[in-house]
Design a protein around this ligand. Structure first.
Ligand code: SF4
Length: 329
């Protein structure tokens, strides 16, 4: 992973201060994202994986400033996003879009598919009405929708087609960068493959850069160049896709990978079941956040926070020990 990219995330924090549970009690702080450093090169895809509640969606929203970071820096094409306001922020947002998980609830049921795709052009007043219609037709063709589906409503489409509408809408303003937030997890496996192929084709054709968020490593292995694994608000491992799948280091990554069905060309892995749920981000465990679920945890893990370090060229891990050669986690 290179140090600089189209998108650079530096020590990003998103904390929420909550209401007091009782009079005179301290206000709890929810640490959704707690010091994340990442970068994505132009035309590449960074996968962000982890269980639900690990902070990956919040991170994606903070990158777009759909939620305000409480600390750190996000730089897009050399510009610090937190410094932007008004028109400058709107202009930058044209270049950065998002595709949501649920293609049904993210589409207005009262708008036709064509109007949904056209809405970013209307909001940003791009071109004349006739030119906007031309652009809608172009976008329909780009994502594999038929021109005669222009006036249908979302409920008249299948889940996969609805996600194509979402993708067309995200592409309307010609963005450079798209956050794909679990874009296929609500779809059947066969349809997932179609949408992933579509995203890959669009990336190649349009030179797009993706931040691809998923709880499922089986999905990111088909689309990502680099992968970062998140646990409870922090990144615990990051490297390129091939290295992560062939030689995972962190016990958490290996547990996630062991749930992925056997893959050709990779060594056989036994299923590793993690005990318990991910702890609350309001009450983060001391030391290594993973110690409450890690079979390798030792006393040091309970008191000392492991740093994310480059353990081999391009392969970063946050763990005090080398557990990657152990038979079990
Ligand atoms: S630092 Fe300790 S608890 Fe954390 S992953 Fe490594 S061995 Fe497990």
């Amino acid at each position: 992973m290179t140090d600089a990219g189209l998108l650079v995330i530096d020590d990003l924090h998103v904390h929420y201060t909550l209401a007091r549970p009782r009079l005179f009690a301290a206000r709890p702080v929810l640490r959704a994202v707690d010091g994340v450093n990442l970068s994505v090169d132009r035309g590449r895809t960074l996968g962000l994986v982890g269980e639900s509640g690990c902070g990956k969606t919040t991170l994606g929203m903070a990158v777009l400033r759909l939620v305000e970071p409480t600390g750190g820096r996000v730089e897009f094409d050399g510009v610090a996003l937190r410094s932007l306001e008004g028109d400058a922020l709107l202009d930058m947002r044209r270049r950065m879009q998002i595709i949501f998980q649920d293609p049904y609830s993210s589409l207005n049921p009262r708008q036709t598919a064509g109007d949904i795709v056209r809405s970013p052009l209307d909001v940003q007043k791009v071109g004349r009405p006739a030119e906007r219609e031309e652009r809608v037709a172009e976008l329909f063709s780009l994502v594999g929708l038929r021109a005669n589906q222009r006036n249908l409503f979302p409920h008249q489409f299948s889940g996969g087609q609805r996600q194509r509408i979402s993708i067309a809408r995200a592409l309307a303003l010609n963005p450079d960068f798209i956050v794909c937030d679990e874009p296929v997890s609500a779809l059947d496996v066969a349809i997932q493959a179609q949408i992933l192929n579509l995203l890959c084709d669009l990336q190649e054709e349009l030179g797009l850069t993706f931040l691809f968020i998923s709880h499922d490593l089986a999905v990111v292995q088909h689309i990502c160049d680099e992968i970062a694994v998140m646990y409870l608000g922090v990144v615990v491992e990051k490297t390129n896709r091939k290295t992560l799948f062939r030689n995972p280091r962190h016990p958490y990554t290996r547990a996630l990978l062991s749930a992925v069905p056997a893959r050709r060309g990779t060594r056989k892995v036994e299923r590793i079941r993690l005990e318990g749920d991910i702890p609350s981000p309001i009450d983060v465990p001391s030391g290594c956040r993973f110690h409450t679920r890690c079979a390798h945890a030792q006393e040091r893990c309970r008191v000392e926070v492991p740093k994310l370090e480059e353990k081999s060229p391009g392969h970063w891990e946050a763990c005090h020990f080398d557990t990657s050669t152990s038979a079990s986690v």
